[in-house]
Design a protein around this ligand. Sequence first.
Ligand code: AMO
Length: 441
Amino acid sequence: MNTVKYIMESTETEAEGLIHRMGKTVRLHGAIYKIRRMSGFAFVLLRMRDAVVQCVYSEEYASFPLDLLTEEACVRLTAEVIAEERSKSGYELRLKEAQLLSTPCEVLPVVINQKRVNTSLENLLDYRPITLRNEKERAIFKIQAAICTAFREFLNAEHFTEIHSPKIAAIGAEGGANIFKLPYFGKEAYLAQSPQFYKQMMVGVFERVFEIAPVFRAEKHDTSRHLNEYTSVDFEMGYIESFEEIMAMESRMLYHCISYLNQYCNTELTLLGCTLPQIKEIPQIPFASAKKWIASAYHREITDMLDFEPEEERLLCELVKRENGSEFVFVTHYPSAKRPFYAMDNPSNTEETLSFDLLFRGLEITTGGQRIHSYNEQLEKLDKRGMHKELFESYLMLHKYGVPPHGGLGLGLERFTAQLLGFENVRSATLFPRDIHRLIP
Ligand code: AMO
């Protein structure tokens, strides 16, 4: 009987390793990104999994005709690594042999091999399976993947346990009308708006937990900041003494993330022309004071005392940047009336909660806070809001059978990526966005 070889020794080279193979013949694979015909030779750009590399085709060295290669054909190549100081990488690849693995049947509907895909956001999203092959487009998601790796790395080091909570639920965690219903074997179920209840339950088990997973919001808003499915980065931690510990943990997580991107994503950041923010100590301001500050600084009337208008978030970030230099700001003590039933009220002013939002470059990217851990207190709040405790029985086991003081947060991955890269629309940082108009691809 044959066995599966678990040690696969690849004879092929990554783009990253090519600089160390000067003068050697290497085997590579990838897709033909672009062919630039010159007189007597051609530049062939090969899109490898980690970079686009420049090859040179000349009949003098190659054992195959140039016409064998077409854009987006997948190939295996043999080439010699030659020092070339005019090339950005310091080398170029002199093509010797080519094996064609597949060829496209049709010309691509959008040009993807220019510096950027020169089309509308709609088109960019309609043709996502191919527009993502553009070097800049794919760099966005390389960075997004690195953000998740950095968060995971940080949270693991801080002794958080990664969990995977169900996305089909019997009740909504965040309230409101933005919940998707689905038929479930004769019953009604919902798509999870957040892992809120489950991450709190797991504090009773592991003390510190995190999850990076999709959540669903039946938002009818057609805005540049709302998606109907997004990736939520959640953590929850027990034995806290105040909700400020959660903000401190998030500050350190973001600091780690920015350092990680600086270390590992230089190529992608340069390609996207992105300047990473500096994170020192993130300033914090109570919600009520922030409202007043914005009103007086910009001579605006306060129309909604319970929440920010998007414009106010933008203006607050502008003020903080001017005053403090920080591109992040924590807004604390949001009104109780606007926070979900699990949020802990401030004992010295029950009109407000021990909660916060983090704003970054004009947009809310995180919500978090301390949760109610006392059973009676939680029952009281449900009652006050006219909510039926019977519906929350399984969640309330947490409180009934004892849980430490705890809190946590949820950060929108697409919003964070979009703000980091300076995009105006969250969809630009979403692989396959779901919104009221878009279900495919
Ligand atoms: P909240 O509902 O404020 O809080 O969501 C947390 C963060 O998720 C992002 N976000 C969205 N991103 C894209 N499209 C949307 N429709 C959308 N809605 C929210 C934002 C927001 O700050 N359970 C709490 C978190 C907690 O307290 O732990 C929650 O889900 O970046």
